[in-house]
Structures are given as structure tokens and as C-alpha cells.
Ligand binder design. Structure first.
Ligand code: ADP
Ligand code: MG
Length: 321
């Protein structure tokens, strides 16, 4: 099958057809008519085989993840996803693989009414670059800056499961049964927190999605906002899978430093706390307060009200002092 046939058969076949897409797949450019009342948020993320996903990851999961990580960035800015384009480099034309990849991609696109409007298809080592665009009302987007000392630190969902799956994949630990299933699903099918991000426009002072690990991503908020933070380790939300698979010390380390969670990390002022919690509870989104921002220039942690040690490499050991 030739390049054009491949594009026509697999990429151009989709259910979502948005009214704001004037020209979709098939010409030299896509043309969209954005609403005058909206700003456009644009993000790009690349996934490289062996770097961003294990080489044996199935095609449907790769398709899902390529879209999910980009929608997660839009969610972190409070933007509503609308259009994506996909540049893919494939070692060979494997129609079954491309079909499964598209299934994973389109499932998520359909759920959020996102249209694939173009891309590029080339031969080379497996790599996927997605550009996603979304809309957000003027002055309503969330940013890493804007957090203030005294604001509360929150995360959606649970942390550390994707890192648990990676540890298993690399042979550092062995998990099986339901625990393995849960962890692998978190690694391969992350659920971008699109609706939560949109709701947080009204409440959050700053936000970021957790792709590199809680500590690393909280550092971005602290630097951009000029604040410090304390995290209460016993409050970190963890799945039963994680708590049952490793001891508490290791679970905390994975929750703090493991990447690929694609949860939202955000800050909320005292005044907005109740409103935010009520709204997100109504939506069925779990949120957990994990600490508070302060005026110090660093991130500290406590366990049961006592200081706990962390290093730049992550969590080191518990301090008994
Ligand atoms: P050009 O040579 O003008 O860049 P291409 O031949 O690369 O155009 O692509 C033809 C059409 O197919 C364009 O509309 C392009 O956006 C679209 N396209 C190519 N690859 C993909 C892909 N993987 N997913 C979606 N659309 C694609
Ligand atoms: Mg052209």
C-alpha cells in the first residue's frame, strides 16, 4: 500500500467532522474558522519508540497515548481540545498496525469531539508527533505562574501507577494479576483530565499536568510563581494496586518522582477551596489536597508532621528527627 492510499484508508476515515473545519485532510493545509470569542491553545508532543513507550507496546495503546499526552497539556491550560494533526514515521507499512493505531487515536478524539485535520506520513524509525489545538476564553487560561504563598496544592486522581508499570517492565520488581493490569492501563491508556482542566479555569491559581513526576512538575509551578511548597507525604493519593505492590516508602517515592501520571497538579487559594472541591466532586473527579505553598524558595516534605528527606534524585529516606 502506498502513502496516499494509507492516508486515505486509515487516517482520513473518521467520525468526527467539526463545523469549524473548512478544509480537513487531503489538501496542502487544513483550514479552520476559530470563534472570534476564543483564544487558541497549541501544543506539540513527540513519542519515540523505546523512549516514550516500551518497544513492544501495542499499536492501539500508542495511538491513544499520542493523543492523550497532548490533550493533557491542553487540559493543564484549561483549554477545550478541538483539532489535532499527526506526523508519523513508520519503519514499514503494516496495515494492521496502522489500523490499530488509528483505533486508539480516534477513540479518544471521538470522546472529546476532536477532529484530525492533517499530518505527515514518512518512513523511518517509529515516532509520532501530535500537534493539538484547543480553545479557551480570553484571560481564562491556566498557567504555571500565578500561584501565591498560602495557596493549597491539589492533584487529581492517583499517582505512581504508571511508574510502577515501568519498574515491572524494566525488571526492577515483579507484579501480576489485577495489579499488573491496573498499572499497565495507567501507563498505556492515560486519561487526560480535560473536563477537570476546563472546570479549574474558575478556581485554580496555577496548573500543570504531571508528565515528569510530581516533584519535577511542582518545581515548575514554584519557579514560575516564585513560591516554595511543602508536601504532606501521607496525603499523597495512591491506588490500592500501588499500596499492595510495594512498601510505603517505595510507594511514596513512585508517587513523588514517577512520570507518566497525566494527572493535573494545581493550586487553589483558601477562598476558592470549597467551590473547587464541590465542583470537581460533582463531576466525579477525585481531587486530593497534598500540601501548601509558602514563601520559601524550596520544596520540602513532611511525614506525620515530621520533616522527611528528599534529594534532587527524588525521595531518599525518612528522617526520624
Ligand atoms: P504535502 O505533500 O502537500 O505535504 P501530503 O502528501 O504529505 O501533503 O499529505 C496529503 C494530505 O494528507 C494532507 O492533507 C496531510 O495533512 C494529510 N496527512 C498526511 N499524513 C497524515 C496523517 N498521518 N494523519 C492525518 N493526515 C495526514
Ligand atoms: Mg503540499
Amino acid at each position: 500500500m502506498k502513502e496516499f492510499e494509507l492516508i486515505k484508508t486509515y487516517f482520513a476515515e473518521q467520525i468526527v467532522t467539526r463545523r469549524d473545519v473548512v478544509v480537513g485532510i487531503g489538501d496542502d493545509c487544513a483550514i479552520i474558522t476559530p470563534s472570534e470569542k476564543q483564544n487558541i491553545a497549541i501544543t506539540t508532543d513527540t513519542l519515540i519508540s523505546g523512549v516514550h513507550f516500551p518497544e513492544n507496546t501495542d499499536a492501539k495503546a500508542i495511538g491513544h497515548k499520542a493523543i492523550a499526552v497532548n490533550l493533557s497539556d491542553l487540559a493543564a491550560m484549561g483549554a477545550e481540545p478541538s483539532w489535532v494533526s499527526v506526523a508519523i514515521s513508520l519503519p514499514s507499512v503494516d496495515e494492521d498496525w496502522v489500523g490499530d493505531f488509528c483505533e486508539g487515536m480516534f477513540e479518544l478524539c471521538e470522546f472529546y469531539n476532536v477532529q484530525l485535520i492533517g499530518g505527515d506520513t514518512t518512513q523511518g524509525p517509529l515516532s509520532i508527533t501530535v500537534t493539538a489545538q484547543g480553545v479557551v476564553p480570553p484571560n481564562k487560561h491556566l498557567a504555571r505562574s500565578g500561584a501565591k504563598a498560602g495557596d493549597w496544592i491539589y492533584v487529581t486522581g492517583e499517582l505512581g501507577d504508571a511508574a510502577l508499570a515501568l519498574k515491572h517492565y524494566y525488571g526492577d520488581i515483579t507484579i501480576n494479576g489485577e495489579v499488573l493490569k491496573t498499572a499497565m492501563a495507567r501507563l498505556n491508556q492515560p486519561k487526560p483530565k480535560v473536563l477537570a482542566g476546563k472546570a479549574l479555569r474558575e478556581y485554580a491559581s496555577a496548573a500543570i499536568d504531571i508528565s515528569d513526576g510530581l516533584l519535577a512538575d511542582l518545581t515548575h509551578i514554584c519557579k514560575a510563581s516564585g513560591v516554595g511548597a511543602n508536601i504532606v507525604l501521607e496525603d499523597l493519593p495512591m491506588s490500592d494496586a500501588l499500596s499492595s505492590a510495594v512498601d510505603m516508602e517505595q510507594a511514596i517515592e513512585l508517587a513523588l518522582t514517577g512520570g507518566d501520571d497525566y494527572e493535573l497538579l494545581f493550586t487553589v487559594s483558601e477562598d476558592n477551596k470549597v467551590g473547587m472541591e464541590t465542583t470537581l466532586a460533582d463531576m466525579g473527579t477525585k481531587v486530593t489536597c497534598i500540601g501548601q505553598l509558602n514563601g520559601n524558595a524550596k520544596i520540602t516534605t513532611t511525614l506525620n508532621s515530621k520533616p522527611a528527606q528528599i534529594s534532587s534524585y527524588g525521595f531518599e529516606h525518612f528522617s526520624n528527627e
